[in-house]
Every structure is written in C-alpha cells, then in structure tokens.
Design a protein around this ligand. Structure first.
Ligand code: SF4
Length: 188
C-alpha cells in the first residue's frame, strides 16, 4: 500500500475482473485494524474475549416439546444460524448456550438442572416459548414447572407459542448483545 507525503494511505482501486493473474491464488484483504490503528489495539480483555464468545456460541442439542421443532428449523439451512457462528452441539461438556425449547414438566426438572450444571462456565440460557417462560398453556398445571427460571437462571426469554425461527434468531442476537454489554459493564 502506498503512503503520500502526509503519511496518509492512498487507496488502491481495483477494477473488477482486472489485476488478477492466473495461478497466483488469493491474497488476504487489507486489514481494517491496520488502517485505523496500525498495529495497536487497547481494549479490556473481558471485552475482547466476549467478542469471541458471542460469535461462537454452541447450543446444546435438546428439545422438550413442540417449540423444539421450530428450534430445529432455525438451525436448518433456510435460516442458517452458522452465519452467526452458532452451531448445535450434542454434549453439554462443550456447549455454552442452553435453549429450553418446550414444556418443562416436573419429571424433567432434575435432568435439565444436571445438563445445565454439566456445561462449563461461562454459559447462558434462552427460554424459548411461553411454556419455558411461564408454563404457557399449562399454567398452574399439576405436572408443569411454571417457567424454567424456577430451576436455572435465564438470560433471554423468547415469547410465542411457538415462536417462529425469526423470533429465536432475534433472541439469540439479543443474547449476543447481552454478552457484549455484560463484559463492558463488568467491574475490573
Ligand atoms: S409454547 Fe406452545 S409450541 Fe412451545 S412447547 Fe409450549 S405449547 Fe408447544
């Protein structure tokens, strides 16, 4: 990259389809960081790690009832969560997000707590749908927990019965925002 007499970078314009040579492969694009702050970056380590964490969320693969169908659809190709760095993972040992998708019956309370405790810190929970949020259509039923937050801490609630995949996607984006803001606001 060329620099003028005032130490400013001279932008190099490349005409589409020209300037490429056969057999040379691709070159990495110019680094935005190097243009704005050449070789220097000052940031709290918490904030830096939170950027990595929020962009590589692994969600635990499990579902409890009808909301799980919408969650599966959100992970499928049409909605493509991979573009947010989100993959679904079949073991709590490596997962960092639990999406509670469905009715939490009392029989499932202990397994849910166990799965949550098996996940390593830091970890986050999304309550998907009205059942996981507050019992939903089974409000005050003899067999249903009135919201999964009676068992484990919840970070984001996604309303709906069931919520559409776009609603879950929005909930995940809100969780990413929360991870970023929590790191920024944490006392050193
Ligand atoms: S919120 Fe509605 S769709 Fe979701 S699990 Fe409960 S009853 Fe099923």
């Amino acid at each position: 990259m060329e620099i003028n007499e005032n130490s400013q970078f001279i932008p190099q314009e490349k005409i589409l389809g020209q300037g490429y040579k056969a057999g040379e492969g691709n070159n990495p694009a110019d680094s935005v960081f190097n243009k704005v702050l050449p070789n220097a970056l000052t940031v709290k380590s918490d904030e830096l790690f939170s950027l990595a964490r929020k962009s590589s969320l692994w969600t635990l693969s499990f579902g409890l009832a009808c909301c799980a169908i919408e969650m599966i659809s959100t992970h499928a190709s049409h909605h493509d969560l991979d573009r947010f760095g989100i993959v679904t993972w079949p073991s709590p040992r490596q997962a960092d997000v639990m999406i509670v998708a469905g009715t939490v019956v009392k029989k499932m309370a202990d397994p849910i707590k166990l799965l949550y405790e098996q996940m390593p810190d830091p970890k986050w929970v999304i309550a998907m749908g009205s059942c996981a949020t507050n019992g939903g259509p089974y409000y005050k039923s003899y067999s249903v927990v009135m919201g999964v937050d009676h068992l484990i801490p919840v970070d984001v609630y996604v309303p709906g019965c069931p919520p559409r995949p776009e609603a879950l996607q929005y909930g995940i984006l809100q969780l990413q925002e929360k991870i970023k803001l929590d790191a920024r606001n944490r006392d050193v």
